[in-house]
Design a protein around this ligand. Structure first.
Ligand code: GLC
Length: 403
């Protein structure tokens, strides 16, 4: 898996309540009341081409769509339950429409599938961390539910073209490697996450910034544009694009992919706040993608002093095609960068954020006191970084060094 930026989409009948994707449980709703939402879901302004275009503007290379969330409502034409998109006033297979738009505009498609299912009585699983009230606990039947899941997975993996990744959500606490084997038999190239019936191919840190260092395993971190909900929420607290870019840079420079979530509104559109955030991220990411995707950790020890970073910041060095990319997710505190060790004098140094060439020279600053009070050097000094001006004040700084 090359590491990419992707768009996560949490969309379902819950969006009509403009609260949270798990509103059924969080607000302790009556099941029958909740199910009525299927009778009013009518996203007349849904145009998946617009989602794909927005994702592309942000530099995203794949879209991961919630086919079924914990509420059990299915956003495709499934034959396994009537609780699906065909039985709404809209009555169209929104997943098929999305898959067609992705195929047409060159976007990879991934599928999210919740193992907890608060609608199917046989799915009741008290061992799950996300089990909601039992509808009829006596109907709990793991064998029957696994057969149900299998048939739904068969529909999803045979009816919607090539699927890039499968995002199982919430481990059922039942190991069953035959489930992922079944998935792979239908789509051999697919990558499977670690929230299903076994450890899968990749890890999924959520709303988290793992410790520094390259990920030991294939990883896809996920985060939402807002801090409160993954589904559309009217009273959302949106993260600043600056924070999101910081976290994208941290994760992707550590070798991971990054799924950034939006929750479309009940009419099918993506709200202006989320759009603005993605477009701002795109302004930065489109300059950076070559320095993040398909790079490897640069093992050379440059010995950069931490007092050059903004508080809490760091430097992550990556390499690709004989170049080193110094990433400063939180930015630089000064206008020069000093490397204590370096493999040679660079041929060229560029600030990726603006494209400007930066001057480089060997220098012996006075603070290099190492022997008998005498400054010893030299260091490699990269100068003239406009750290106190836009865009560097609000986006991660990246410097390219061609050795
Ligand atoms: C958590 C939440 C769920 C959300 C998911 C996204 O598991 O419970 O609502 O879909 O995170 O990763």
């Amino acid at each position: 898996m090359k590491n990419y930026l992707g768009m996560f989409v949490h969309w379902g009948i819950y969006s009509q309540l403009e609260d949270h994707e798990q509103v059924l449980a969080k607000r302790d709703m009556d099941n029958a009341e909740y199910e009525k939402l299927a009778k009013t879901f009518n996203p007349v302004r849904y145009d998946p081409k617009e989602w794909v275009k927005l994702a592309q503007a942000a530099g995203m290379k794949y879209i991961c769509f919630t086919t079924k969330h914990h509420d059990g409502f299915c956003m495709w034409d499934t034959k396994q339950t009537d609780y699906n998109i065909m039985n709404t006033p809209y009555g169209r297979d929104v997943l098929k429409m999305l898959a067609d738009a992705c195929a047409k505009y060159g976007m990879k498609l991934s599928l999210y599938y919740s193992i907890p299912d608060w609608h199917e009585p046989c799915a009741y699983n008290p061992a799950s961390s996300h089990q909601w009230k039992a509808i009829a606990p006596e109907k709990s039947d793991t064998v029957a539910y696994r057969a149900f899941v299998r048939e739904q997975i068969r529909e999803l993996l045979t009816g919607y073209g090539e699927i890039y990744t499968l995002f199982w959500d919430i481990p059922p606490m039942i190991d069953d490697p035959s489930m992922n084997a079944f998935v792979r038999s239908l789509q051999p190239q697919i990558l499977i996450n670690d929230r299903g019936y076994d450890a899968g191919d990749f890890s999924t840190p959520e709303r988290d910034l793992p410790k520094e260092g390259h990920f030991p395993r294939m990883t896809e971190a996920c985060q939402s544009v807002g801090m409160q909900s993954w589904g559309y929420r009217r009273d959302e607290d949106y993260f600043t694009p600056r924070f999101l870019m910081y976290s994208i840079d941290r994760i992707m420079a550590s070798g991971g992919s990054y799924l950034l979530n939006v929750g479309p509104k009940p009419d099918g559109t993506i709200c202006p706040e989320a759009q603005a955030s993605l477009r701002r991220i795109g302004e930065w990411y489109n300059k950076m993608e070559g320095t993040l995707e398909d790079t490897e950790a640069d093992p050379f020890s440059y010995e950069i002093r931490a007092n050059q970073f903004m508080p809490g910041g760091s430097c992550i060095a990556l390499k690709k095609n004989g170049k080193t990319y110094f990433h400063f997710p939180a930015g630089l505190a000064t206008q020069s960068l000093y490397l204590k060790k370096y493999p040679g004098i660079p041929k060229r140094v560029r600030l990726i954020n603006t494209g400007m060439t930066l001057d480089t020279r060997e220098d012996t600053p006075p603070y290099m006191i190492v022997e008998n009070g005498i400054a010893k050097g030299p260091l490699l000094r990269i100068t003239g970084i406009p750290s106190d001006r836009e865009p560097l004040l609000t986006e991660p700084t990246v410097i390219e060094v061609e050795w």
